[in-house]
Design a protein around this ligand. Structure first.
Ligand SMILES: Cc1cc2nc3c(=O)[nH]c(=O)nc-3n(C[C@H](O)[C@H](O)[C@H](O)COP(=O)(O)O)c2cc1C
Length: 297
């Protein structure tokens, strides 16, 4: 699997000649970038980013998400630290949005911001989901966060340095960011005792693989998918203690939203639309936690 930084010529070539694999290629290309070249982005690029934020601000479950591009050099933000506890170096711009805390809103937030992140990857820009290591107080001020709303996660955006900084490399090593679980640990038929036979889901192979490659908080990869009578039930294998670590947000629900986004994008490239529904099948176990069903017929 090619995990090098995006090559613009390569990406524009596939966008022109093979639109039907554009997002699959971006899903393969994207990695978290934590070191950025300082400096202003050209106006046409900040304009393009703003357009993306406006275009992808509604999730599949209907949540409207006001996303904003924050320039830390803007007058209003200059007093703010917009800190990332040293995890991000050199970033001038961040993207943040907010929602009223609810499971569906966290799913939609993951879905929409991942869609934006993949588009930014296509523009040659670097990003990094940040759900834990950003100063919520400062970002809330920059966003003028309304009461009873929360910022589930943010991302820096900018040109990444060609070499990763030492901090980035250490974080990647400790999270095992280059690794993903195998199919037999993630995808099942009926129950976890029966790993999915790929022959039974041949038409949806690329969608499952796109889910497998998705980014997740601390690379926990908490999604589990169960095939049953043509329906793919997405469920969440929660990491013990994780929910209470970040009270303002449900990062593992955001992870499921990201997985849904990858599923939909890979499906759209194959002409396989999905209808999402929330209806826990009778007899579905309590663990992993049922979240949503992808109806593919
Ligand atoms: C919802 C979410 C929250 C994350 N929060 C952080 C964070 O607070 N700090 C950080 O350095 N990385 C964070 N990450 C990045 C993950 O560590 C990274 O996606 C994972 O290790 C896989 O690496 P990759 O993105 O390079 O494929 C987050 C990722 C997701 C999806």
């Amino acid at each position: 699997m090619n995990r090098n930084p995006p090559d613009l010529v390569y990406l524009s070539r596939i966008r022109t000649h093979a639109m039907n694999q554009y997002f699959t290629a971006l899903i393969n290309q994207r990695t978290s970038r934590r070191t950025f070249r300082p400096g202003k982005l050209p106006g046409h690029l900040t304009e393009a980013v703003s357009q993306l934020l406006a275009a992808h601000g509604t999730g599949p479950l209907g949540t409207l998400i006001p996303f904003r591009l924050i320039d830390r050099q803007d007058l209003d933000n200059q007093q703010l630290k917009l800190g990332t506890y040293g995890f991000i170096q050199g970033a001038r711009y961040f993207i943040a949005g907010f929602v009223a805390p609810a499971s569906t809103a966290f799913l939609d937030y993951g879905y929409c911001l991942e869609r934006i992140i993949l588009e930014l990857t296509g523009l040659g820009l670097g990003t990094c989901w940040l759900g834990g290591t950003f100063d919520r107080g400062e970002f809330s001020k920059a966003m003028r966060l309304p009461e009873n709303q929360t910022i589930p996660a943010v991302t820096p955006v900018g040109y990444p340095t060609s070499l990763r900084g030492l901090g980035d490399r250490i974080i990647r090593l400790s999270a095992g960011s280059a690794n993903r679980l195998s199919w037999k640990n993630l995808f099942f038929e009926h129950d976890t005792g029966h790993p999915l036979d790929p022959a039974h889901s041949a038409a949806h192979h690329d969608q499952l693989e796109a889910v497998r490659l998705a980014p997740s908080a601390s690379n926990k990869q908490p999604w589990r998918i169960f095939l049953d009578q043509g329906q793919y039930h997405f469920s969440l294998c929660r990491t013990p203690g994780y929910r209470n670590k970040f009270l303002a947000t449900d990062l593992q629900m955001v992870d499921i939203g990201i997985a849904m986004c990858h599923w939909d994008l890979a499906g759209s490239e194959k002409g396989l639309p999905t209808r999402w529904s929330v209806s826990k099948p009778a007899g579905f176990p309590d663990e992993p936690e049922y979240i949503i069903t992808a109806n593919t017929d």
